[in-house]
Design a protein around this ligand. Structure first.
Ligand code: GLN
Length: 538
């Protein structure tokens, strides 16, 4: 795409409470600008000290999203990729850990010789540099920069200061600030309350940042009187107080924002030399319509051990929704814990499809094997992802004469370690960023269900694992009927398997969920949903 102007920045901060959907708001603004034909990227700043999200517990932080270049990142990058339909680079996730590490490394090299290294200017300069490195990596027209956490957090301060400086350096006409807040409704008083928004805006202004737009999240729509009040107290234009009440689907948020003419507002504020045109979102409107259908419904069980926090499997959930919508059905997702003595048979009997997701550690593993056993016995469509695929191989081996087969992740003294640590992993000691990560090529074998799904032989998918199908058992398991439907291009690593005599049971070593888009469902998810739809009719 031809470059229209220098990079413009939209900076998104949050106030009042976390988890109000800053990520979705950012992604949605990005979607609008993408629909207008602009080259848009997004950056997530996570002010925590972890270098990346790789070592964070999914219970606390939700899924770890893996970029194609192999960075383990915050799940908001998943929203950005899905809404913008782009592939982001790992450098689109900035953490305090990465900032400080690079500043300290430079200090050790003598890069600041003689200087006292300080938060201002050295840390703030490095933050701006990292933002610009990302912007320059592909000549973006617009870069959205979302600051994690809420304004007022101690650890956000260097970032707010850096973002304020960025505005001055890039020019006020090129940088705008959007503050996302929450408007609580008090049942007892029977009214919405704007005070928390006034406070968080005041906090933001105290560091020298005046928001250009305030996006008010609320459970129900707020009226114009309230918007006027917020405009007045927070010193923003009335049109720039935008309300996004809870939506039926997150993909509707760009449409809600566009109803408030946010595209036009942005175009005017940062001087984008294009004509805002809401009809450019028509394709997206169609996608949203298909995502909102309620019937016919299929029940899909995600059976894993991180089920208490749905965000742990967020990309899988979204992929199922995309695929279902694309074939005209509604995916009703049921999360079942595999960390149980016995699976709930009543709940299992309701399922039209079973998905075993990825994971780490032994807890809940036997429950996954039981779920696979159930799918085999009852011909329920089955999809295993990463540890899910490893579970399918293990269960198939146990059923076919390799009694006690297991993964050496859970036991290093095994007679049949059908899943084993990859050679290159054996010498690695550090936990962070050392798995097989990012995009790798894969060759699909013709005549398989996998090939039917992809319709091509050469694909690329993203990985995040240390263990692998053990080649010592390749012949033995194939003799028993296991189908190997995808391998690394050199044929060495088994990447996809299928179980025989089953309507659809596919397991892949990679994570296809990172590549699904609402307008472009992933082929494996789509094939899984088609099998589920057929099964549900019986
Ligand atoms: N724990 C397994 C491994 O490291 C699977 C990882 C995953 O599911 N992402 O290979």
């Amino acid at each position: 795409m031809e470059r229209i102007f220098l990079t413009k920045y939209i900076i998104i901060t949050g106030g009042v409470v976390s988890s109000i959907g800053k990520g979705i708001t950012s992604a949605s603004m990005g979607r609008i600008l993408r629909s207008y034909g602009l080259n848009v990227s997004a950056i997530k700043i996570d002010p925590y000290l972890n270098w990346d999200s790789g070592t964070l517990n999914p219970y606390q932080h939700g899924e770890v999203f893996v970029t194609s270049d192999g960075m383990e990142t915050d799940l908001d990058l998943g929203h950005y990729e899905r809404f913008l339909d782009v592939e982001l680079k790992g450098l689109a996730n900035i953490t305090t850990g990465k900032v400080y590490e690079s500043v300290i490394a430079k200090e050790r090299e003598g890069g600041y010789l003689g200087e006292c290294v300080q938060v201002i200017p050295h840390i703030t300069n490095r933050i701006k540099e990292m933002i610009r490195e990302n912007s320059e990596s592909a000549d973006y027209d617009v870069v959205l920069v979302e600051l994690g956490g809420t304004v007022g957090d101690i650890e956000s301060q260097p970032f707010l200061e850096a973002l304020r400086q960025l505005r001055n350096e890039e020019g006020r006409e090129n940088v705008m600030f959007v503050h996302v807040t929450f408007i609580p409704y008090l049942d007892a008083a029977g009214e919405f309350k704007t005070k928390p928004t006034q406070h968080s805006t005041k906090e933001l202004r105290s560091v020298g940042i005046n928001p250009d737009v305030i996006v008010c999240r609320s459970q129900k729509p707020i009226d114009d009187g309230l918007r006027g009040k917020i405009a007045h107290f927070c010193d923003v234009d009335f049109e720039a107080v935008v309300n996004t009440p809870d939506a039926d689907t997150i993909y509707e948020v760009p449409l809600v924002l566009e109803e408030h003419s946010i595209g036009e507002l942005i175009v005017k504020r940062i001087g984008l030399n294009i004509k805002p045109d809401s009809s450019k979102l028509n394709e997206w409107r169609e996608v949203v319509k298909s995502l909102k259908i309620k019937e016919p419904k299929v029940n899909i069980g995600i059976i894993g051990k991180y089920v208490e926090l749905e965000d742990s499997y967020i990309s899988i959930r979204e992929s199922l929704l995309h695929a279902a919508a694309s074939i005209g059905v509604k995916a009703n997702i049921i999360y079942l814990s595999s960390d149980v003595e016995e699976l709930d048979q009543d709940a299992m009997s309701e399922l039209d499809g079973i998905l075993i997701p990825g994971g780490f550690g032994e807890r809940g593993f036997e429950g996954k094997l039981d779920a696979i056993e159930y799918a085999i016995e009852n011909n329920v469509p089955l999809f295993g992802i990463c540890l899910g695929m490893q579970s399918m191989v293990t269960q198939f081996a146990r059923r076919n004469g390799f009694s006690g087969a297991n993964s050496s992740e859970f036991d290093d003294d095994l007679k049949f370690p059908v899943i084993d640590m990859m050679e290159e992993q054996k010498k690695i000691k550090n936990m962070g960023g050392t798995m097989r990560l990012g995009s790798y090529g894969c060759k699909i074998i013709e005549g398989t269900k996998t090939y039917e799904a992809y319709g091509e032989s050469d694909i690329e998918e993203r990985h995040r694992h240390r263990y692998e199908f053990n080649n010592d058992y390749r012949d033995g398991l194939q003799e028993k009927g296991l189908i190997i439907s995808g391998t690394s291009p050199d044929d060495f690593l088994v990447e996809i398997i299928e179980l025989p005599n089953h309507p659809w049971a596919v397991g892949c070593q990679f994570h296809p969920e990172f590549k699904s888009r609402p307008n472009r469902p992933h082929p494996l998810f789509k094939a899984f949903l088609e099998a589920i739809h057929d099964y549900s009719k019986n």
